[in-house]
Design a protein around this ligand. Structure first.
Ligand SMILES: Nc1ncnc2c1ncn2[C@@H]1O[C@H](COP(=O)(O)OP(=O)(O)OP(=O)(O)O)[C@@H](O)[C@H]1O
Length: 237
């Protein structure tokens, strides 16, 4: 579903933010991407979703190159940045309909999915209100619902749990497991190691722009907790 080969990115005048990163996310994977602040997670994610150009390597979504055919790739994926920038002058439901139109979601599917996810995140009653009146967590929930209503094959999330209350975080974890059990794939960054360990079937750890461990969660973690492995690798590798 997502193949990254030898991805390398430098910003102007800087050293390599990500250096020769390769990994594969398959159908049904919940793939956690962890690393210290400044490790290169957002850089990788932004390149994967086609909003950041890069000089070396190849990224494919469902076999299609993000460089050669970004529009075809974007039709297959949904991306929620760490700080989603929504249209404040729209109401929640107007925004969801705007996204629904963009991705040609049928009326019946739109109604069903907005109802299902709106209720799950307890946002239904606020969908008629202006986004400018939403709290940070409500905006985050709306962004998540907007990503889910077009049933993407690949969901890419940058720090999705930040700003969510415990109930909403639990709802999101349940939904992530559910969409992957139905054949989609999720690639997401997080600093919440406990959640990553419980939720993800695969984990990648990035340090200073280089991938230092990746694979099945139980293999990356071995006999230890993910937190122990992470600390060990970050401190000594
Ligand atoms: N627009 C930019 N211009 C120059 N350097 C940048 C830019 N964006 C990121 N960097 C640098 O690239 C490196 C990787 O940053 P990135 O945002 O990908 O890290 P991250 O793993 O997402 O960090 P965090 O956990 O803090 O969000 C850092 O050294 C950062 O300073």
């Amino acid at each position: 579903m997502l193949t990254i080969r030898h991805f390398t990115k430098s910003y102007k005048g800087g050293k390599k933010a990500v250096d020769d990163l390769s990994l594969v996310v398959e159908r049904g994977d919940i793939y956690g991407f962890i690393g210290h602040n400044g490790a290169g997670k957002t850089t990788t994610i932004r390149a994967v979703v086609g909003v950041l150009d890069f000089e070396q390597g190849e990224i494919e979504i469902d076999g299609i190159s993000i460089k050669k055919d970004p529009l075809a790739c974007k039709a297959k994926l949904a991306y929620i940045p760490d700080n989603p920038d929504l249209y404040d002058h729209l109401t929640g439901i107007q925004y969801l309909n705007f996204i629904g139109d963009l991705f040609s979601v049928s009326g019946a599917n739109r109604e069903r999915l907005i109802g299902q996810y709106g209720d799950a995140f307890q946002l239904t009653a606020s969908l008629g209100d202006l986004i400018s009146s939403y709290s940070h967590g409500m905006k985050q929930k709306l962004a998540i619902i907007s990503a889910l209503i077009h049933e993407p094959k690949l969901l890419v999330l940058d720090e999705p749990f930040v700003g969510l209350d415990p109930k909403a975080a639990h709802t999101l974890k349940t939904i992530m497991a559910d969409v992957c059990s139905r054949g989609s794939a999720i690639f997401f960054s997080t600093h919440v190691l406990d959640t990553a360990e419980k939720l993800c079937n695969k984990i990648a750890i990035i340090k200073g722009g280089r991938l230092i461990a990746h694979g099945k969660t139980e293999e990356v973690r071995g006999e230890n907790s993910l937190e122990d492995v992470f600390m060990e690798l970050i401190d000594h590798d």
